[in-house]
Design a protein around this ligand. Structure first.
Ligand code: MG
Ligand code: ZN
Length: 254
């Protein structure tokens, strides 16, 4: 993309650069579900039930187990508050937001874990939207985790994605929005996992995808039989992610 085009992405009042962030192993270096399972002593039960339940229901079951052990939502918050984030990822998020980009999280983790971690690191307000599996704390104080594509929505019918969330469908719905701003919007998609491949296929020639090097998404892109239209920029850690992101955003560096 020519430098002149880059300038137009972020100048003016309109936010036309949309950065979509996966959460686990992207914003957070570890996996939030794994973190809670390991830190709260659920590894054995998790492994025992892994083959019998879909991931999303399994995590809901894990929260039931914590509740039955007398662990509270505060205990879960305390556990999530120990999650470290790479300082360069935190600063990349803050500066991208500061430069007027629209930031969204699109994740197969869950609302409670993501919101707690982002708030703890002071970056929750940098995101205009968090699209993920919804959560509620019920009357008994148990954290419930539900699928994004719940029973009230028609099945997404995508065989690349898990039943509870097709990220490609979410990206497609963003692109199909009738607003003029959205039509001119350029997407930067940052992720690492298998579930990030479907949305990558929805990106156009003006868009960018930033797969984490040597992780599943990167490998799927490398061996894809379908051409990837978006420009691919791989990254290994927070420092590299920060540099690449700002090369894409900052017209002064071009
Ligand atoms: Mg991930
Ligand atoms: Zn899909």
């Amino acid at each position: 993309m020519a430098p002149a085009d880059q300038v137009s992405l972020v100048t003016g009042n309109k936010k036309r650069l949309l950065i979509i962030w996966d959460f686990d192993r992207t914003i957070m270096d570890d996996d939030s579900d794994r973190w809670v399972v390991v830190q709260m002593g659920l590894t054995h039960l998790f492994k025992h039930l892994r083959q019998t339940l879909p991931w999303n229901s399994l995590m809901d079951r894990m929260m039931e187990e914590l509740h039955s052990q007398g662990k509270t939502v505060e205990d879960i918050v305390n556990c999530l508050n120990r999650v470290p984030l790479h300082p360069q990822i935190v600063s990349a998020i803050k500066s991208a937001h500061g430069q007027g980009c629209d930031l969204k999280v699109l994740s197969d983790a869950n609302q409670f874990f993501i919101e707690t971690i982002l708030k703890n690191h002071g970056i929750y307000d940098c995101f205009s939207e968090i699209i993920t599996n919804p959560t509620v704390v019920d009357k008994e104080g148990r954290l419930r985790i539900f699928p994004y594509h719940g029973s009230e929505m028609p099945p997404h019918g995508c065989d690349l994605c898990s039943l509870n969330l097709c990220k490609g469908l979410v990206v497609k719905q963003m692109q199909d929005s009738t607003s003029e701003d959205v039509k001119k919007q350029v997407i930067i998609y940052i992720g690492d996992g298998k579930g990030d491949f479907c949305p990558t296929l929805k990106l156009g020639i003006e868009d960018h995808v930033m797969p984490r090097k040597d992780f599943r998404l990167h490998n799927l892109i490398l061996k894809s039989s379908v051409p990837i239209k978006a420009e691919v920029h791989e990254w290994s850690d927070g420092e590299e992610l920060n540099k690449i992101l700002f090369r894409l955003i900052d017209p002064l560096e071009a």
